[in-house]
Design a protein around this ligand. Structure first.
Ligand SMILES: NC(=O)c1ccc[n+]([C@@H]2O[C@H](COP(=O)([O-])OP(=O)(O)OC[C@H]3O[C@@H](n4cnc5c(N)ncnc54)[C@H](O)[C@@H]3O)[C@@H](O)[C@H]2O)c1
Length: 285
């Protein structure tokens, strides 16, 4: 089936980015949130990103208007019924994702494919919440979606080759570099990258270096575009804590144990850029 209309569940950091990139790539996009307030907040962020691109001369006013015109916000799952595919980017919680997929399965035509942007949950478990598990894959985008080129597609033992080929072509149409991983905790990039984040937090927690020096060490020593603590703030510390806890539960290896400091920061509501405070302070920015 030709994909023209894409549904995106969740208009937070990732869902907003995915909706924006799909609309920029010419797709009609229907994006959902749990209420009007969060929907308007998410759509405002997208419009702000597009306006910045116009200011920088990367986008014309006409292109901006066309992209905004391709975006539709909704708060009812029934409004995904006319989409040709749906990408879920809601909060990282298995019960929530299972409920979302069961609802999508009920309202969407049986032929359409679905992706979950989960960072570390079992794609197989999510797929099995539907009656079309062969048509469900992991679709792991990276943050910020408009800038990051990588898309990890995650196959399961029940997903079909046809679904994979369709998703590969779709990912390439968004300008992404597509890699394919089997359904294992954290897939490829996070499995390799997450231990580095945890180690950076432990070095900071132990008082071995300042946050700036930890970040500078990785930026200037390893040529990373951003240090791990600044990147953790960008990703969202609550999301990271959830990822680490889930990987620790899966692997039972202390290597994945979340640092105590991270737990305390999340308990205090210091979630990174999204709340204005994380390892760094963004309140004045
Ligand atoms: N933040 C990252 O860097 C990153 C990177 C890759 C993947 N992910 C994954 O992407 C997903 C979303 O993460 P995020 O960082 O965008 O989180 P976020 O908190 O910014 O956004 C999640 C949004 O989903 C909404 N939501 C919850 N239930 C919903 C429902 N039933 N219908 C519609 N919307 C609903 C929430 O209101 C929230 O706005 C998670 O699975 C996360 O693990 C995150």
């Amino acid at each position: 089936m030709a994909i023209k209309k894409v549904g995106v569940v969740g208009c937070g950091i990732m869902g907003g980015g995915i909706a924006q990139v799909c609309a920029q790539s010419g797709y009609q996009v229907t994006v959902s949130e749990i209420n009007d307030e969060l929907l308007n907040k998410g759509l405002k962020v997208i419009r702000g990103n597009l306006a910045k691109s116009v200011e920088k001369g990367k986008l014309s006013k006409e292109e901006e208007a066309a992209i905004v015109g391709r975006l539709k916000g909704i708060t009812k799952v029934e409004d995904f019924a006319d989409c040709d595919m749906v990408i879920e980017a809601a909060t990282e919680n298995m019960n929530l994702k299972k409920k979302i997929f069961a609802d999508l399965d009920r309202v969407c035509p049986p032929g359409i494919i679905m992706g979950t942007n989960t960072s570390c949950l079992s794609v197989t478990d999510v797929a099995m919440a539907t009656k079309r598990p062969d048509k469900v894959l992991g679709m792991h985008f990276f943050n910020p979606v408009p800038l990051m080129k990588l898309l990890e597609l995650v196959t399961t033992i029940v997903s079909s080759q046809e679904t994979l080929e369709t998703m590969k072509a779709f990912g390439k149409s968004l300008g992404k570099v597509v890699v394919v991983a089997k359904d294992t905790p954290a897939f490829i990039a996070n499995r390799i990258g997450v231990p580095m984040f945890i180690e950076a937090m432990k070095v900071y927690e132990a008082g071995l270096a300042t946050k700036e020096d930890i970040d500078n060490a990785m930026v200037y020593g390893f040529n990373h575009p951003m240090g791990p603590l600044a990147l953790a703030d960008l990703v969202g510390l609550d999301t990271l804590l959830y990822v680490y806890e889930s990987m620790y539960a899966d692997f039972k290896d202390p290597k994945w144990a979340p640092p105590l400091l991270l737990k305390k920061m999340v308990a205090a509501g210091h979630l990174g850029r999204k709340t204005g405070k994380g390892f760094y302070d963004y309140t004045g920015k």
